[in-house]
Design a protein around this ligand. Structure first.
Ligand SMILES: [Zn+2]
Length: 323
């Protein structure tokens, strides 16, 4: 169901959007990678009576509206703040009382300051606040993000779980170490909607940020937790891409698990990274999951390979124990 003024997302638009997001990440090796807001529209998709998915450029957002104030999940780029605020104002007259950041990447919190200076309480997992407090570098994309300003920093943090109660909705936050070490999975229990941040990417193999504490094993555990805590009618807002179904999350978890197992098996057979890549362990999944975020299956396999070798999966006979 779409809200007033909403724009329908076609597959081509979605592909363009993911590609543009990847380009924004990849092209901006300079300081804070703000974007040109000119062509960006904030698309609004209504998911329940009071929960919406909002998408501009950058990470998808979730919005809960109600008489006790709005709750926003993620905030995209600074230059989009006026458009995001206008989209929210069209849906509710109440202020944004809480802003939850799913993790420390700039395309998910860039507009924090616009909300923080207006009195919104910004919430994040403790590791995410710590990462926002200093400069961040993503080697794969060559991005450098300076420390967040005081107005953009989360003012409330949680370690493992936190629950917010507003207008009869129960919002459960759960910590995961998956895409980064400070991921927050956000469950809107009454609406039966989950914002999974970049733990879930639709339309591409996921980017797992090992430089921020992410890992393939963490992604497998976190997606297993998503499945265990929801049911077949739950809808999932991914960090990037269109709204996802429970069945998609099951298939995505299965893909992660199988690729991990295959790469580990090949490593244990004393293969080099080049041999792991040459074995094409993602072959059956490429049509569904390759997308644009990873330039090729090889890039993604190399990242999984490096991650598993770091985690102690080693060739037979080296004495290291696989986990
Ligand atoms: Zn991210």
């Amino acid at each position: 169901m779409l809200a007033r003024g909403a724009v329908t997302s076609t597959p081509r638009r979605i592909a363009r959007r993911i590609a543009a997001g990847a380009l924004v990440l990849a092209a901006s090796a300079a300081a804070a990678q703000d974007i040109d807001p000119g062509p960006v529209q904030i698309e609004v998709q209504r998911l329940s009576k009071r929960v919406y998915m909002l998408s501009g450029l950058g990470g998808n957002m979730a919005l809960l509206t109600g008489s006790e104030g709005a709750v926003l999940v993620d905030s995209e780029y600074p230059s989009l703040a006026p458009k995001i605020q206008a989209a929210i104002a069209a849906l509710t007259s109440r202020p944004v009382r809480f802003l939850i950041n799913t993790h420390a990447h700039y395309d998910h919190w860039g507009a924090n300051a616009a909300f923080g200076r207006g009195g919104t309480v910004i919430i994040a997992q403790a590791n995410t606040r710590r990462r926002l407090s200093g400069p961040q570098v993503i080697a794969l994309f060559g991005t450098h993000t300076p420390a967040a300003s005081a107005e953009a920093l989360p003012t409330v943090t949680f370690a493992e779980t936190m629950t917010l109660y507003l207008d009869g909705e129960r919002i459960e936050l759960a910590h995961a170490r998956a895409h980064t070490d400070g991921d927050a999975l956000v469950y809107f229990r009454e609406a039966n909607v989950v914002h999974a941040g970049d733990v879930l990417i639709v339309g591409s193999y996921p980017f797992i940020d090992e430089s921020a504490g992410g890992s393939i094993d963490g992604m497998i555990d976190a997606t297993a937790a998503l499945i265990a805590r929801t049911h077949p009618r739950t809808r999932f807002i991914p960090g990037h891409g269109p709204l996802a179904s429970y069945d998609f999350v099951v298939a995505y978890h299965d893909m992660l698990s199988r690729v991990r197992a295959r790469v580990a098996d090949i490593i244990r057979a004393s293969a080099t990274t080049a041999e792991v890549v040459a074995a094409r362990p993602t072959r059956e999944f490429d049509a569904q999951f390759l997308g644009t975020l990873m330039k090729s299956p090889d890039v993604w396999v190399e990242r999984v390979d490096a991650d598993l070798r770091r985690a102690g999966v080693a060739a037979a006979g080296t004495g290291a124990q696989p986990r």
